[in-house]
Design a protein around this ligand. Structure first.
Ligand code: HEM
Length: 193
């Protein structure tokens, strides 16, 4: 009869894998768009664009998988007494994160598909990823770039909010919610303090 208060192992694995990949996307995205302007760093920046595209497409595939998993396996309930504001705020941030995890890579893929440069995309040099039949279309590329940037920056803000909220509940409210998303966490969440 013991009811687990933790996320499933698949949800936990996907959460941390996607989190690590998104961190790599933030860092690589911000670096490469600046480094490409510097002739001394242009080659490394170009290679980083290729890696960024491959990681971004992986995040898209993993996020779709995660969304499907989430719809089939509802998360464990929040502790009783969680205020309506906290419930709504958490749900809003979580669904907005799904929006970024799916919207940002789609916009990125539209951007490179429409680009007049026509630079091919591969998955870590292992196989070619066919572009969408959208280009060359410089106007569409520019629009997709603006959306990609807006979603990426929105994503940075959302991740910051998400992490701060998780740390607040963990350490200021002592709710031990982080255990629900950790592989080695204790069952049941709140044991004796
Ligand atoms: C969750 C997935 C993704 C995240 C979080 C992300 C994040 C970022 C960030 C932070 C930047 C820098 C934006 C700036 O300088 O203001 C960027 C740029 C870029 N990303 Fe992504 N990215 C993702 C997926 C993708 C995918 C799937 C592709 C293509 C297949 C892609 C292609 C690009 C390109 C070409 C740029 C350079 C755009 C420019 O010149 O301004 N990204 N990305």
């Amino acid at each position: 009869m013991a009811r687990t208060a933790r996320y499933t192992a698949v949800a936990i694995l996907l959460h941390w894998l996607i989190a690590a990949l998104i961190l790599a996307l933030f860092v690589s995205g911000l670096w490469m768009t600046r480094a490409i302007e510097d002739p001394a760093q242009r080659l490394a920046a170009f290679q980083t664009y290729q890696t960024h595209k491959a990681i971004g497409l992986s995040v898209l595939a993993l996020s779709l998988l995660r969304l499907a998993w989430r719809l089939l396996h509802p998360p464990p309930p929040l502790p009783e007494g969680t205020s309506a504001f906290t419930r709504i705020a958490a749900a809003t941030v979580h669904w907005a994160l799904y929006g970024v995890m799916i919207g940002a890579p789609v916009a990125g893929f539209v951007m490179v598909s429409a680009s007049p440069l026509g630079i091919p995309t591969t998955w870590f040099d292992l196989f070619a990823v066919p572009h969408l039949p959208l280009g060359p279309d410089a106007a569409l590329e520019a629009q997709a770039k603006a959306v990609h940037r807006a979603l990426a920056w929105g994503g940075i803000a959302l991740v910051a909010l998400h992490v701060l909220a998780a740390l607040k509940h963990e350490f200021l409210d002592d709710q031990r919610l982080l255990l629900r998303m950790l592989p080695a966490g204790r069952e049941g969440g709140a044991g004796p303090a």
